[in-house]
Write a protein that binds this ligand. Sequence first.
Ligand code: IMP
Length: 181
Amino acid sequence: MWEQNDIKKVLFSEEEIIKRTKEIGEQITEDYRNNENPMLLVGLLRGSVPFLAELIKHIDLDVQYDFMDVQSYAGTESQGDIKILKDLDTSIKGFDILLVEDIVDTGKTIETVVETLLHKGAASVKIVTLLDKPSRRVANAYADYIGFEVENEFVVGYGMDFDQKYRNLPYIGVLKDECYK
Ligand code: IMP
């Protein structure tokens, strides 16, 4: 495989990710079953795409999805200033929103996006993330549904990149130190 010399360790295999995503989808189905508002999954580009694609298969409800692109980091460090590069195409007034993230790190991205979605008239906003890195949290923002917790190390794969590379790996792993140079 092209990437095998770059990966130091695999944290979560494709099978583990799919199994956990199925559990989350089933939990969401149960939690939203009696909600009367229309439901929209909002994926944050580009990292959330593989997770969102797996998750929607396991939500047994009438649900739509849309995407936003916000700029939150360069290289390996998350930053405070977040710019909206692509806004939603859907008018979300009165919708129950599930914001889908690949990883919550400092929490600044979800904090800002949740604020924006509520400002646009969403009835409710909850957050579902594949990974949570709680040791790095700065903002007072937490996910409602979490796939796995990770230590304070930079991860790639299953949508997550290092300088736009490795998003297509079917698993989540950590790069060898020399790859960051
Ligand atoms: P936050 O605003 O600090 O929570 O940053 C969240 C965003 O930073 C995620 O959606 C990712 O795009 C990116 N990010 C944070 N940690 C990692 C990582 O370990 N690997 C890849 N991307 C990351």
